[in-house]
Design a protein around this ligand. Sequence first.
Ligand SMILES: NC(=O)c1ccc[n+]([C@@H]2O[C@H](COP(=O)([O-])OP(=O)(O)OC[C@H]3O[C@@H](n4cnc5c(N)ncnc54)[C@H](O)[C@@H]3O)[C@@H](O)[C@H]2O)c1
Length: 247
Amino acid sequence: MKRIFITGAGTGLGASVAERAAAQGHRVGVFDTNRAAAEALAASLPDAVALDGDVCDPASVEAALDAFGDVDVLVNNAGILRTGPLIEHSVDDFRRVVDVNLNGVFIAAQAAAKRMRETGGGAIINLASINGIHPSPNCGAYAATKAGVIGLTQHMSIEWGAFGIRVNAVAPGFIDSGMSAPFYRDEKVRALRGGAVPLGRLGDANDVAETILFLASDAAAYISGQTIAVDGGVINSVLLHLPRDAS
Ligand SMILES: NC(=O)c1ccc[n+]([C@@H]2O[C@H](COP(=O)([O-])OP(=O)(O)OC[C@H]3O[C@@H](n4cnc5c(N)ncnc54)[C@H](O)[C@@H]3O)[C@@H](O)[C@H]2O)c1
């Protein structure tokens, strides 16, 4: 049994991680700005506590970690998406995305790592995105924060390994869940994007949650500083649809 604190766990991918973690017998902290969603989810799980707070606010993260008690695993999942061409992107929106997706990851990771250092170690899994690895149009602000998350993950892993803390990132691809679910309601988008994936389908919340829980587990005891794309192979597929002769 591990004690797993998940930010942004009220809905979407974080909620799926919480449900699967609970099903595996772990104790779960459901931390979210959406108090009602966090409370409803925690009430449905065998050993979970709803924790109200904002990853941008260090005091609320500290208070939630204090209320949760010792933490073995932090899943830094809270995130927001703002789309649009960079030439017209509102500066306020850009700042907001950086605050939640990058500053928030640092704030929660640092607070959890200080506690893990005292208790002999732990694991941190940060939610990146394939947008942090490959650029795509109209999500420059979001993508820049996710590239930052991958860099932070690497730096945390080398500085915190001495405390017994492993730090990894997961980079979901085309996932039909959470913030992307409305996008994939359009059948044309589903067909176009699903068809571009070497494994031939969109991903789902379970694909992402299983990878996060693997990285949280002792089976991943010697893995740190890595970013695992959960994308059906799509980030390697730029040449897939440009065939050349087999001979
Ligand atoms: N769904 C996808 O296709 C996809 C793909 C790549 C990466 N991701 C990443 O996965 C993570 C989860 O995304 P999702 O799709 O489940 O999104 P979502 O919008 O469904 O859920 C995000 C949750 O985070 C909470 N939240 C937002 N700001 C917060 C804050 N400041 N403090 C605490 N909680 C906050 C929200 O209330 C919500 O419950 C994000 O980091 C996202 O960037 C998602």
